[in-house]
Every structure is written in structure tokens, then in C-alpha cells.
Design a protein around this ligand. Structure first.
Ligand code: PLP
Length: 478
């Protein structure tokens, strides 16, 4: 494709993207599509000869778009909504055009140095001390997996990097501690790194879904007594179900006493450390060994972009650096080669989109949006509390509300069923999408405000839709 044709196509693509955002509310948030429908609509084999761009564009509009879940839709209130903003989209385009592979400084000084600069901006804004350095990975799951490996390698005398774990009589089970509310990615990290699910100890939580530190201490003591080797604790600030906050400072004290690696999973809520009034939730975070925060969750960054901060970056290098001859350069002593700090060799130019986002919104602009989302979630929380149809099921520290529908004539089991069907009915309607969790055995609806296109009118509309479906569905259960 010649540059002049590329120009034409990019203009067309830009129009398609802008049209998409203009028309986004015409789409159902969740696509009205049967399982396998898109596959049936597409040929089983690729074309032998290249096709006209018009035809590809047309199929994109007519076949792919209707099969998409619209994460950018203002009615998307499920999970932790991750939305793309204009600067993020444009930076993705530039990143694809430049096609930098940032494995070494030499293979892209722009990527290596921008990553350092933009993560240093981020570090300062969330008030982490200078000792911390960051690296960008794709997801929080991968960031946390790296934390587990770094923690494992810091264990003196075990040298698992060199010797592996299998067949070693002297190696006791290594144990990790998380709360019952921690994200499943930590367990996946334990699967990947050979720790094993049985060695992930799930510590019970209190009535606010926060890790019980008395039980953490007990579990560590018990494991030590039984010949196990505790090595890592994961504290979560903003758990996935309720966004509860583990007492990081207290947990940090325990980790210091026991010489355990402390990893803080702040994948969703970590961005609120940019708000002075929210710093209280992060007290003690500076004592952590590593922290993960996902700008692709609540900082308007197109998926994927996860930031992993480590207090002593050397631990990451000790765990992962392995440089084959062909990747040695004469600059290695003076620069950061990011391939030394993780499992991947090839790396996308992800820092570009975070840089565009900081530049375009400014830190104040980002703060204002986070505050507005928190305000809107509190408004929703208030409506739930005032309503006799609904009840709140967990505190709302950030922008996620856990609640359920109720009626005095419904028993617990029927209430669960009613809520499930209410959620399915609301989601089938197409205007909004909410998700669920289970809390203390009770089916709970979850309403999240974290999308760049969320606003008060949309949240009011969502509340009305949920109420309308309450009325429609209730009759079936009485
Ligand atoms: C607290 C927490 N940690 C980790 C993750 C995993 O995130 P990712 O999809 O980036 O791996 C999630 C996902 O929602 C999460 O809520």
C-alpha cells in the first residue's frame, strides 16, 4: 500500500472510529448474538488472493462490530469497566505505525526512555518514594506473576532460578498469603511459578471484606511450624468483588517482621492514590516490595497496559536477566534494557499511550474524572440506600456498588434467583450492562462507574432501567 493510499484509508478509518463513537449508544452494550453466529458468518479459510479494502471495511462494520461487546459504551457498568479515550486511541495508532520492539534501549531508545519518564511521572503522582521503579506489562495477572517470581528468587539459598523446584528434597513448600477476596490472578501466578494452589493460603476477611491480620499472623506461624517457607503476602487495595481495602500498613509490618515480600494489588483502585483525599487507603504502600496498578482499568487507557512498580528494581533483574550473545550491546552498562526485567523479549511501545493520556488530560483532568466517577457511584449508593426495593451489600470506598434487589415476601433462595434473573433481563435489554458477584453466599449485583463516557444522566438512566425491570420481574416471583 502506497503512503498516499494509506492516507486515504486512515481518513476512512478515522471516520469509522468517529462514527462509532457518535453512534455507540445505538448498539446494545452486550451484542445480541447467538453463540457461534459470527463464526458461521465468516469463511472457514483465508482468501488466497488479497481482497479490496472496501470489502474488509464493510465486513468489519457489518459482521465484527455487531458481535462486539461495547466496553466504550456509556451504559457499560460491569466488571471494572476499561474504556479507551481519544489520546489513547491515537497513541495506539502511532505505536502500530512505528512498530518499535522495545526489548533493548538500542532497539528503541524512544520506547525505553519514554517508559522511564512516564512511569516516573506516575510514581510521583501516586506519591511513591524515588526508590521505586516501574515497568509496563500487559496485564495485572502478568505483573503479579512477576512479583511472585521476584519474591521467590529473593529467598536466600534456594536458587530456584538455576536449580528449579522438582526433585529437591531440601526444598519445603513455599507459601503465599492472600485474602479470600483477592483476585484469582494471584493463584494463577502460583500455578505458573510452580508454587501450587495448595500453597496459596486464603486468609479470611472481616465484615468489610478486608484481610484479617490476626489470622494472617496465625497462618504464617502455623506454616512455619509445619516446615513450610512463607515468602510472599499479597494485599489488595480495591478487591475485585467489593473494592475492599486490606490494611496495607499492618500487613507491611508483618512482612517486615517475617521478612516476606509484600506485593500490593491495586489493579483497579491504585489510580486513586493520585487523589490526596484517598491516600489514606494507601498508607504503608511505600513499604511494599512491589505494586501493580492498571491504567487500562481506570485511567482511560486502551487495553492493555499494566504498571508494575518494584521498590528495588534489582530484584526483578536478578530474577529475569538472561542475555544471549546476539542481544548484547555496548550500551548495556548505561541504559535500561527492559527485556532484563521480565519474561518477554519483544515489547510493545505501550508507554506512548500513557504519555498521550497524561499530556492530553493533565493530572488535574485525570483527578477530576476519577472524582466525578466516585461522586456518581456515591449517588447510586444513596439511591440504593434510600430505596425499599434494594439493599447495599458492601461499603463503597471507590466507584463500585454491590447491591441486590429484595422483597419482604421472598426468601433467601428466591431472592438470589430474582437477582440473577433481574440482571439477565437488564443486560438483555441492551442499554446497560451490569455484572455480579457472590458475597457471604449471597448473589450480589455490581454497578461500576469508571468509564470515560459515564456521566450523571447515564447513571440516572441506569437506575431507572434497573427499577423498571424490578417491577417487571417481581410479579414472576411473588
Ligand atoms: C484486583 C484485581 N487484580 C488483578 C486483576 C486482573 O487484571 P488483568 O486483567 O489486568 O490481568 C483484576 C481484574 O479485574 C482485579 O480486579
Amino acid at each position: 500500500m502506497s503512503p498516499s493510499e494509506l492516507r486515504e484509508r486512515l481518513i476512512e478509518a478515522a471516520n469509522t472510529v468517529a462514527d462509532y463513537f457518535e453512534e455507540i449508544e445505538d448498539y446494545p452494550v452486550l451484542p445480541w448474538i447467538e453463540e457461534g453466529e459470527l463464526k458461521r458468518n465468516l469463511p472457514p479459510l483465508p482468501p488466497e488472493e488479497g481482497e479490496e479494502f472496501e470489502k474488509i471495511f464493510k465486513d468489519f462494520r457489518e459482521k465484527i462490530l455487531p458481535a462486539a461487546t461495547h466496553w466504550n459504551h456509556p451504559g457499560f457498568h460491569a466488571y471494572f469497566n476499561s474504556t479507551s479515550s481519544a489520546p489513547g486511541i491515537i497513541a495506539e495508532l502511532f505505536s502500530a505505525a512505528l512498530n518499535q520492539n522495545g526489548m533493548l534501549w538500542k532497539t528503541s531508545p524512544a520506547s525505553a526512555e519514554l517508559e522511564e519518564v512516564v512511569l516516573d511521572w506516575f510514581r510521583r503522582e501516586i506519591k511513591l518514594p524515588e526508590t521505586f521503579r516501574g515497568i509496563i506489562y500487559d496485564t495485572a495477572s502478568v505483573s503479579s506473576m512477576h512479583a511472585i517470581v521476584a519474591a521467590r528468587e529473593r529467598l536466600k539459598g534456594l536458587n530456584i532460578r538455576e536449580k528449579g523446584m522438582a526433585g529437591r528434597q531440601e526444598l519445603c513448600p513455599l507459601t503465599i498469603y492472600i485474602s479470600e477476596q483477592a483476585h484469582s490472578s494471584i493463584e494463577k501466578g502460583a500455578i505458573t511459578t510452580g508454587i501450587g494452589l495448595e500453597n496459596v493460603r486464603k486468609i479470611p476477611v472481616n465484615e468489610n471484606f478486608e484481610m484479617r491480620t490476626d489470622l494472617l499472623k496465625e497462618a504464617i506461624a502455623e506454616d512455619k511450624k509445619n516446615g513450610k517457607t512463607p515468602f510472599c503476602v499479597v494485599a489488595t487495595v480495591g478487591t475485585t468483588s467489593t473494592t475492599s481495602i486490606d490494611p496495607v500498613n499492618e500487613i507491611a509490618g508483618i512482612c517486615q517482621e517475617e521478612n516476606l515480600w509484600l506485593h500490593v494489588d491495586a489493579a483497579y483502585a491504585g489510580v486513586t492514590a493520585m487523589l490526596p483525599e484517598f491516600r489514606k487507603y494507601f498508607e504503608g504502600m511505600e513499604k511494599a516490595d512491589s505494586i501493580v496498578i492498571n491504567p487500562h482499568k481506570w485511567l482511560f487507557t486502551p487495553i492493555d497496559l499494566s504498571v508494575f512498580f518494584v521498590r528495588d528494581f534489582k530484584h526483578l533483574k536478578d530474577a529475569f536477566s538472561l542475555v544471549p550473545e546476539y542481544l548484547k550491546t555496548d550500551k548495556d552498562e548505561k541504559v535500561t534494557n527492559y527485556m532484563d526485567y521480565g519474561i518477554q523479549l519483544g515489547r510493545r511501545f505501550r508507554s506512548l499511550k500513557l504519555w498521550f493520556i497524561f499530556r492530553y488530560f493533565g493530572v488535574e483532568g485525570l483527578r477530576a474524572r476519577l472524582r466525578e466517577h466516585i461522586r456518581l457511584a456515591r449517588l447510586f449508593e444513596e439511591w440504593v440506600e434510600r430505596s425499599d426495593r434494594f439493599e447495599k451489600l458492601a461499603p463503597v470506598p471507590f466507584s463500585t456498588v454491590c447491591f441486590r434487589a429484595k422483597h419482604h415476601k421472598l426468601d433467601e433462595e428466591t431472592t438470589d434467583k430474582f437477582n440473577l434473573e433481574l440482571m439477565n433481563a437488564v443486560n438483555s435489554d441492551g442499554r446497560i450492562f451490569i455484572s455480579h458477584t457472590v458475597l457471604n453466599g449471597v448473589f450480589s449485583l455490581r454497578f461500576v462507574v469508571s468509564g470515560i463516557r459515564h456521566n450523571e444522566d447515564g447513571v440516572k438512566k441506569a437506575w431507572k432501567i434497573i427499577n423498571d425491570f424490578y417491577e417487571k420481574k417481581l410479579g414472576e416471583f411473588l
